[in-house]
Ligand binder design. Structure first.
Ligand code: SAH
Length: 219
């Protein structure tokens, strides 16, 4: 793994300031972004890009989310220590580490075999005790349910009912849901599960994610 030196730590503090200026106010989120070494999720030659507020390609046609998006989704998720969180779309593993740094018990699913094979060893090496799974996020992880929180980090065509079923009452799901009018865009939704199983729905603007695809594969 790449080292994490004072230069990296300095760049991270600058990124934290950028996120504060853009409106991220949850101190736990800002502290986690300040602690997790984002550069280890990129090839070493791209270290200059690691602490800019931009998404970046990570191979296999996928991207590591923009730090602002990670911060916003984490803030909307309202995570506190000890909560069980299910993430759909492990990708680079960065979002999972931010949540683990915040004290969540993270379960994360990736459908792309190449990415899973690359990210799992890195997450194991980072010692956050994140549980990584190769599988179809539409199905969730019934064996490990219920979850306090569910975070989807790919563009969902619909609200997956199996994930709603695996959410606790009063649990929160953050989901970038495809816009019916424009398939290239999504709306960031926060869904809160009521005792009768229905969902309270709040919208937090437009966003752009890679598509959530069905079944395990390498495409
Ligand atoms: N959270 C990631 C960014 C994810 S990009 C990070 O922090 O880097 C979206 C990821 O979702 C991609 O890796 C993609 O392969 C994955 N994905 C798409 N559909 C999926 C599904 N049905 N189940 C699990 N993962 C899926």
């Amino acid at each position: 793994m790449q080292e994490d030196n004072y230069r990296h730590k300095g760049m991270r503090q600058n990124l934290v300031q950028v996120l504060k200026d853009k409106g991220i106010s949850d101190v736990n989120v800002l502290d986690a972004i300040g602690a997790v070494p984002r550069h280890v999720f990129l090839e070493s030659s791209f270290v200059e890009f690691a602490y800019q507020d931009r998404p970046f390609p990570i191979g296999s046609g996928q991207t590591i989310s923009q730090p602002f998006t990670v911060a916003m989704q984490s803030q909307l998720l309202s995570v506190s220590k000890g909560m069980k969180v299910l993430e759909i779309g492990t990708g680079s593993g960065y979002q999972a580490c931010v949540l683990a740094q915040m004290g969540a018990k993270v379960f994360t699913i990736e459908r792309q075999r190449n990415l899973y094979n690359k990210t799992k060893p890195l997450l194991d090496e980072l010692s956050y005790h994140i549980k990584t799974f190769l599988g179809d996020g539409f199905k969730g992880l019934p064996t490990f349910s219920p979850f306090d929180r569910v975070i989807i980090t790919a563009a969902a065509p619909e609200i997956p009912q199996s994930l709603v079923d695996q959410l606790k009452t009063d649990g929160i799901m953050i989901i970038p849901l495809n816009d019916e009018a424009d398939a290239m865009k999504q709306r960031m939704l926060r869904l809160t599960k009521r005792p009768d199983g229905t969902l309270q729905r709040e919208e937090f603007g437009e966003c752009k994610f890679v598509p959530m695809l069905r079944s395990v594969g390498n495409d």
